[in-house]
Design a protein around this ligand. Structure first.
Ligand code: 4AD
Ligand code: MG
Length: 467
């Protein structure tokens, strides 16, 4: 038997009836094997869907008994036979094998994935195998659905996909949470306790992994009008929470000739489109999440699609929190960032749905956000959702040269380093806006998973970068 794209049927297609009544070949990994006196059943999974295909070896099967014995949980195998309707079984179809062999053995008692339900903590330690479980297979497929839906959404609205750089010399958020990239011999330098001489470094100056593609997206939006980036971003935030990663993926659209209202409009449509795509295109996996991960998930998402997003200013949010009569760990007050507990109150209790908070005090937001006429607040927007909190952060950008220079100074940043960013305001400046959606926050929200480490294939967090 040989592998061929033409003759192999993916299990998702076989279960939908492709090749029914015909001779087909399938490949995959054994989930379980049961034997009675005369029949052996193997549940085969190839990751193309949650369900496995039942392979049947009956009394007159030509497959040898010792080969059947090798079909243990975790082994890889191929099977050929006639795809037929399953009489009264749980599944619609089954494969009566006429030929089958194990490709790679796995000893069932040493295989780290046993039939019992493993904890997510344990599965994180075997991230090289967890993709073979129902949960992590479903997460991988959901990520695929959501990334394709992202490209389709922005393409439909006339955006161009932009590849922004991963190595950068500027701090796009001005928050100083950067991973440095260097070829300097750090060990030697540390031993010699010398001063760092950046002229010897690869870029002849300090360089970092990007925290956001936004500033580069602004350059292209000021030429192509609508662009979006979908790339990895890196933050050396020392926050050990269930919603922070050191490496995560972000989608950042940027639009010229667009103010904060237009920005909010696109963000809301995009979020709705993502939810629809998950429900429609990943329905089997979403049903699994609803049943096994977070009961009520599907109802909540349907409810969200049917409801309006609430829009309030930061001032209104603070007032609502103060009026709430709730005992918060962090007392809500003007000028303080909204904490997770505040976001939860607003989305889960007060408004029971997504909340878009705008017009934050300039002190707690990035230097590039457009100053309001009050001189105190900026045209920022955060989209908050129940059970997660912030999923999107964005703003209208400062397009006035003098105001932007002042904001860079106030933020304690070096104007020189942003000369090209300032140039965009010197030559053909234009009102423009954009936002960033954290892809793993999205996947966590739509799957109902508790921990962001379990919705990315290989999580990188403080003190942890295995696999
Ligand atoms: O709010 P943030 O920091 O905004 C920006 O980076 C802007 N440059 C976006 C823009 O306007 N183009 O991050 C955007 C989103 C957050 O709302 C959150 O969903 C996600 O990125 N995010 C993280 N996700 C996982 N781990 C982290 N450490 C994250 N930090 C932010
Ligand atoms: Mg933010």
């Amino acid at each position: 038997m040989q592998f061929s794209f033409e003759t192999t049927v993916r299990i998702v297609d076989a279960l939908a009836g492709k090749g029914l009544g015909e001779e087909i070949a399938v490949h995959g990994w054994v989930r379980t094997r049961r034997s009675s006196k005369s029949v052996t059943f193997v549940e085969l999974n190839d990751g193309s869907c949650m369900s496995s295909l039942q392979i049947i070896f009956d009394a007159d099967s030509p497959v040898a008994a010792d080969e059947l014995e090798r079909m243990q949980t975790g082994a890889s195998m191929e099977a050929r036979g006639t795809l037929s309707e399953s009489p009264g079984g749980r599944q619609s179809v089954e494969l009566r094998a006429t030929e089958a062999r194990v490709i790679g053995e796995a000893s069932a008692d040493r295989y780290p994935l046993q039939k019992k339900r493993h904890s997510f903590e344990y599965l994180r330690e075997i991230a090289h195998l967890r993709a073979r479980t129902n949960t992590f297979g479903a997460i991988a497929r959901l990520r695929n659905t959501l990334s394709m839906a992202t490209h389709r959404f922005f393409q439909d609205y006339g955006f161009y996909s932009l590849h922004s750089p991963i190595i950068t010399a500027s701090d796009a958020e001005g928050a100083g949470e950067l991973f440095q990239v260097t070829t300097l011999p750090l060990d030697e330098l540390a031993a010699a306790e010398t001063q760092l001489d950046y002229s010897r470094d690869f870029f002849a100056k300090p360089a970092y992994l990007t925290v956001s593609g936004q500033l580069n997206a602004e350059i292209y939006a000021c030429a192509l009008e609508r662009v979006y980036t979908f790339g990895p971003t890196f933050r050396a935030e020392n926050s050990n929470t269930t919603r922070h990663l050191a490496e995560f993926w972000m989608i950042e659209p940027e639009m010229a000739f667009c103010d904060l209202d237009g920005n909010i409009e696109i963000a809301e449509r995009y979020l709705r489109r993502l939810i629809e795509a998950a429900l429609r295109e990943s329905s089997e996996d979403m049903q699994f999440f609803d049943k096994r991960i977070r009961p009520g998930l599907l109802n909540e998402l349907e409810h969200l699609l049917a409801s309006d997003f609430t829009r309030i200013t930061y001032r209104e949010a603070i007032e609502a929190l103060q009026r709430s009569g709730k005992e918060f760990e962090f007392t809500p007050s003007w000028g303080a960032d909204l904490q997770s507990e505040h976001e939860r109150y607003l989305t889960e209790e007060l408004y029971n749905g997504p909340v878009i908070v705008t017009d934050y005090p300039k002190e707690i937001k990035a230097f590039y956000m457009k100053l309001n006429p009050d001189g105190e607040t900026v045209r920022a927007m955060d989209v908050l959702v129940p059970y997660l909190g912030e999923i999107i952060g964005g703003s209208q950008r400062e397009d006035d040269l003098e105001l932007l220079k002042r904001r860079i100074d106030e933020a304690g940043l070096d104007r020189e380093a942003y000369w090209w960013y300032l140039d965009l305001r010197r030559f053909g400046t234009v009102p423009h806006s954009g936002f960033g959606l954290g892809f793993e926050r999205l996947v966590r929200y739509l799957s109902g998973m508790q921990n962001i480490r379990d919705v990315i294939p290989f999580p990188r967090t403080v003190r942890s970068a295995e696999f």
